[in-house]
Design a binder for this molecule. Structure first.
Ligand code: PLP
Length: 463
């Protein structure tokens, strides 16, 4: 309990009423809060957050894959304050400012190969949106005006703007907003747990999955396909890492058909996989990286689309300009925080810490495989999904009703009540997702495992 920062009962009631009457939560069922309390988080320090009643939770999701350095860092807060008092705002519309320049230079130095050009946004969906627009615009300027279609993977989430949502591969999330931007097509993801026809041959499965991309390009006509969007480790569906050789084959296909490879690293960049970029971890060269979240560790909002020199080239000539921008994209306060954040990554060897501890994290979570409800533990770095199953031997999953009762009716709340903030997700098969701040170590892994064990054990007996 944190009695110093908890709110008194009168203030808590006032906030609950105001929240119920005025605040609109994202992706949330508000009916739940008509009767029940809305969780209100008031403070964070290190890997922990506290609610209005003074209860402490381990932040098992780094907010939303964001808070790489943990909470309560005054050095990041001071970087924001110093920038706000020097230059609070100026847009990147025909003008530059020092922290955007310096952060662009730094990102170009980390990004693989010739990814040297940084277009700032305020978040991940805007970075994805920008990448698709750049792909279309680039091909129009370079004599291939019919190249505009996009390929992405089933169940992958790429954001909520209508272009990014169209690229997203989750039909239920798109249905309320149809018709969306046309011309996006899906290929299989790399869920090896659900690929029985490939037996134990992970590499053959990867080859098969990558070849589906070539197939779709052929079906649609190579002259019409502009780009493919893929995450290094696909989040939605529960952390699907790439099989060996998968990205090498994707790169070959993209080269063969002149299709841009966009590595959507909104989650996977900035240390989540123990490297600045997921592409570096898996050794592939994309044409564009989209990123956001961990770039500032959440101390201020910022996204970045990082493009290759080749893609910038036509925009350096004559009257051409990329007809696209955001008022707050590359906000001075956010870019100052981004610079400080990445400096701390170097000073405190954050990527090295993740690489040194990721096996321990995996081993600790894999202990849960002795529970009948835990079917699979998968991921890399500090990014894991635990798939829950009804029958482990047959890998039978839950039907919609069971999933509803299990995830929403029990697990989410039970884990939270037990002191672990994480995510129970059923955009694919039911999974629990874990992506803690990158400062976590064995003590935090054990705490996660113990809470998960107790709650999942109870869930097994309920079934
Ligand atoms: N792309 C990926 C891979 C994501 O995981 C997300 C968000 O989780 C987005 C795009 C959208 O980012 P934002 O919510 O910052 O718009």
């Amino acid at each position: 309990m944190d009695t110093d920062h908890m709110l008194d009962a009168v203030e808590r009631d006032r906030l609950q009423t105001a929240a119920r009457d005025h605040l609109w939560l994202h992706f949330s069922r508000h009916s739940v809060y008509e009767e029940g309390e809305m969780p209100i988080i008031v403070r964070g320090e290190g890997a922990y957050i506290w609610d209005a009643e003074g209860r402490r939770y381990l932040d098992g999701l780094a907010g939303l894959f964001v808070n790489q350095l943990g909470h309560g860092r005054t050095d990041l807060a001071e970087a924001a304050a110093a920038q706000a008092s020097t230059l609070a705002f100026h847009p990147l519309w025909s003008y530059a400012h020092p922290t955007a320049i310096e952060l662009a230079e730094k990102l170009a130095s980390y990004a693989p190969g010739d990814l040297n050009r940084v277009f700032f946004t305020t978040g991940g969906g805007e970075a994805v949106e920008s990448a698709w627009k750049l792909a279309k615009h680039y091909f129009k300027l370079t004599g291939q005006p019919t190249k505009h279609k996009v390929i992405s993977r089933s169940i992958a989430y790429h954001g909520t703007p209508q272009g990014a949502l169209s690229i997203t591969g989750i039909p239920e999330m798109k249905a309320p907003f149809e018709p969306l931007v046309p011309s996006t097509f899906r290929v299989p993801n790399t869920n090896f747990y659900r690929a029985p026809e490939h037996g134990d041959d992970l590499e053959a499965f990867g080859r098969w999955a990558a070849d589906r991309v070539a197939e779709v390009i052929e079906f649609e006509g190579p002259a019409t396909v502009a780009a493919i969007f893929l995450e290094p480790v696909q989040n939605s569906g529960g952390c699907f890492p790439p099989p060996p050789g998968y990205f090498r084959r994707i790169r070959e296909i993209c080269d063969e058909y002149d299709v841009l490879m966009v590595s959507d690293e909104v989650i996977c960049a900035y240390g989540r996989l123990g490297h600045m970029f997921g592409a570096e971890r898996y050794g592939y060269q994309p044409d564009i990286i989209t990123s956001a979240k961990g770039l500032t560790s959440g101390y201020s909002p910022l996204g970045a689309m990082i493009a290759s020199d080749r893609l910038m080239e036509p925009f350096r000539q004559g009257h051409n300009s990329f007809l696209h921008g955001y008022t707050f994209g590359g906000h001075p306060v956010s870019t100052a925080v981004g610079l400080k954040n990445l400096q701390i990554f170097e000073d405190e060897k954050i990527n090295e810490h993740v690489r040194a501890n990721e096996t321990a994290f995996r081993n600790t979570l894999e202990k849960l495989l002795d529970l009948p409800i835990v079917g699979d533990v998968r991921g890399d770095g500090y990014f894991y999904g635990i798939e829950l199953v009804k029958d482990k031997a047959t890998k039978t999953t839950f039907d919609d009703d069971e999933s509803e009762r299990l995830l929403r009716g029990f697990l989410s709340k039970a884990l939270y009540d037990a002191g672990l903030y994480c995510r129970a997700d059923d955009r694919g098969d039911p999974v629990i997702q874990l992506a803690p701040p990158l400062i976590c170590d064995q003590e935090h892994f054990d705490e996660m495992e113990q809470i998960l064990r107790a709650v999942l054990d109870k869930a097994s007996t309920m079934l």
